[in-house]
Design a protein. Structure first.
Lengths: 275, 275
């Protein structure tokens, strides 16, 4: 396996002679990826752990015969799913995106699917070029659980008032310091984020879905938002408390983290308005 | 743990004295059970294998402090799911069905759920009292797979003509010898069955659902019906062949078995018309 470095490729190929024509230039590939995160240690590659990025880059490296490093729009935690995760990577010139989709879907098994792939403009980076991320969180609010939703919804048997959820969701919209809802990042990093959409939908039959869109999220933010709102929905807090929790800028002021398995990275928006 | 035998109980309790009032009579409990069959070796209890019946009767035996044997409406194979499986068993008089639902759902984990429980008329047996069984089979017909449906739908990337499926489904309705669609049972057992409903529904977005209802099914019959119809839908057979396949009464005349994970026991009908 040769190490593929798009920057180096611009200056001259280090690849073996038989590959040199294929490697004489480089392209950026952008892919939309869906996964069931249940049995992965999250998205980001980690040594000796089964991760989504590890599986995808391993398969890509075999297909492209070059070591591939992925950028991604959202580094989902262990147990979190995705329908619209976006990844990008440099690949040898001449790489056929349609061939990649077909070969990867055959190699990756049923837990990961490549929904589409295309050549992206030079400079495109799935993380830095993203303008907004949308997450969905599903709650199953019924007295008895549903095994077919056990991997994708948080089962809450106690009654939840959907109107209280909807009231609690609104104050998050706008630019706020979400320190009360974020696991602490490196010293000096900001927890100010701009939330563009924050809404609960009653899908019927006890299925409640939260959709939240922001330019970016801090670590575990969506799960903290959901956990706090569900406490309001169950009458353990008042929906009117949300503003004072935001103002406290103290993680202890907000509620418990909702479990990861109800969460899915739904879509990512880029400047060209596609997902 | 005392062995609970409703027949013996009628003659006189063998249970320890402190339990004798609770055991002085017996009731039949009927429960509706849902499960994700992915990680079970089928429904029926087997020594040294994790089965749905094994998990449920194990939990029941702890709650009722008596050994419980389950009857069931349909012995689903390994990997097959259920939304409306019905089970029945004898239990000590005074057993509270609502308490059973609550305690079992706490004990059984996320793969099995007890949807309801009630006292059934004496003589009720989930298997012998059933009048009809309805199964659903889900096919995902898209060029790329969907990880969130990987456990519950058969992914078929090749184009399927829904009209060919619908044409192929109709001839099954009525009383036929389904020998071409059944794994051989014991010598002399009949493979004649009465099919009451056999229809494909296009749910949109590539999701195709087959619903089939019969007084009873023979072993692997639904999966053979689906496998054969999907071959017709893909143009590998003509929908008009179905009648001659039925008449052949030869398993080799029909198509491949569809995989188990697309199949779910959807509901069971009893004389009282409830599921």
């Amino acid at each position: 396996m040769t190490l593929f470095d798009p920057a180096a490729e611009l200056g001259g190929s280090l690849a073996p002679k038989e590959n040199s024509s294929a490697h004489s230039n480089s392209v950026i590939i952008r892919m939309t990826v869906a996964y069931d995160g249940t049995d992965f240690h999250g998205f980001a590659q980690q040594r000796n752990q089964r991760t989504v990025a590890g599986e995808i880059s391993g398969a890509l490296s075999k297909v492209l015969r070059a070591e591939i490093t992925l950028a991604c729009a959202g580094r989902t935690d262990a147990g979190v799913h995705a329908w619209g995760q976006v990844v990008s990577f440099g690949a040898p010139d001449g790489t056929d995106p349609a061939m990649l989709v077909e070969r990867l879907n055959r190699m990756l098994g049923s837990e990961i699917a490549v929904r589409d792939a295309s050549i992206a403009p030079l400079g495109f980076d799935a993380r830095h070029s993203a303008r907004a991320r949308t997450y969905r969180y599903t709650v199953l609010n019924r007295s008895t659980p549903d095994p077919s939703m056990a991997r994708s919804a948080w089962w809450v048997p106690e009654p939840i008032d959907i109107h209280a959820l909807q009231l609690a969701a609104t104050p998050f919209i706008g630019e706020h310091d979400f320190a009360s809802f974020c696991r602490k990042g490196p010293e000096g990093s900001t927890t100010v984020r701009r939330v563009l959409e924050s809404e609960w939908h009653d899908l019927g039959d006890g299925v409640l879905r939260y959709q939240v869109k922001a330019t970016a999220f801090c670590w575990q933010m969506v799960r903290a938002l959901v956990g706090t709102q569900v406490e309001a929905g169950r009458g353990k807090r008042k929906a009117g408390e949300i503003l004072s929790i935001l103002r406290a800028m103290d993680r202890a002021a907000a509620g418990q983290l909702a479990p990861p398995h109800g969460l899915s990275l739904w879509r990512v928006d880029y400047e060209d308005a596609s997902s």
